[in-house]
Design a protein around this ligand. Structure first.
Ligand code: ZN
Length: 253
């Protein structure tokens, strides 16, 4: 069994709760689809924890912290500069800082294994493209993305969990939220995109951390409660992280 997590966004309490939840299952490998940092108050601790994952992909916020952030809104950009500062200037030893920095810098953008593709954004633009539920009505976009997927693709980035399926031959696309499928989906050979949701900043109206378990052909969504008050308190305490970044966690938006 594998666990697939994404979009942790420096939310240590959410990540710890998810890792504890994963321990309840016979999970052999954890795959992380990127955005380990950005928005939240604990970038260093989150990078240290994901180092034990089998695969960690580069997310757009990770890239923003490493290089010049481009295309972010002002509050996200401010959080990214603060994150970079945290990674560069801690009281810890230089080798530890460099280890984290190198780890982030070496992240791949895609990973393929046994017909499964793993990306942060989309198969077409692994780092930056959003695939939202409403995109099922954008035939051209979906056709192009699905054409690049051999069979199954796991992705994150939107923080909105759910399953996209290509209906052949009528070329219609279907999206189902985790609730609509009662948190379980069986892969059946049809091309499928699975958005695994976000550990540290869900935006589907459910504040609980989200991730998926993959057991052969069965995807199971998990929602995990965590100590959200502690995370919000930490965000409020950092001037560079705007308070609304804490408030939005409570609303899951
Ligand atoms: Zn993200």
């Amino acid at each position: 069994m594998k666990a697939i997590i994404s979009d942790i966004h420096s939310n240590l309490e959410a990540l710890q709760a998810v890792l504890k939840d994963i321990e309840k299952y016979p999970v052999t490998d954890i795959y992380c689809l990127g955005d380990v940092v950005g928005y939240g108050p604990n970038p260093r601790e989150c990078v240290d924890l994901v180092m034990k994952c089998k695969i960690v992909l580069l997310g757009n916020h990770d890239q923003g912290a490493l290089f010049d952030p481009d295309g972010f809104n002002p509050s996200a950009e401010r959080a990214i500069f603060w994150t970079r500062d945290q990674l560069e200037s801690s009281n810890e030893t230089r080798p530890l800082r460099e280890k984290r920095w190198e780890f982030l810098a070496e992240r791949p953008r895609t990973f393929r294994e046994d017909g499964f593709l793993f990306v942060h954004g989309s198969a077409r633009n692994p780092l930056n493209e959003y695939v939202f539920p409403e995109d099922i009505y954008n035939q051209r976009k979906m056709e192009r993305i699905f054409a690049l997927v051999e069979r199954y693709c796991f992705q994150g980035h939107t923080h909105v969990p759910g399953i996209f399926i290509e209906q052949v031959p009528d070329d219609l696309y279907q999206f189902s939220s985790p609730e609509e499928i009662e948190y379980v989906h069986r892969l059946d050979g049809r091309k499928t995109l699975c958005n695994v949701g976000s550990v540290g900043q869900p935006r589907d109206g459910d504040w609980r951390a989200c991730y998926v378990l993959l057991d052969n052909d069965t995807i199971r969504y998990r929602r995990v409660e965590y100590d959200i008050d502690t995370t919000i308190r930490k965000i409020y305490a950092v001037p560079e992280l705007e308070n609304f970044l804490g408030d939005r966690l409570r609303d899951g938006r």
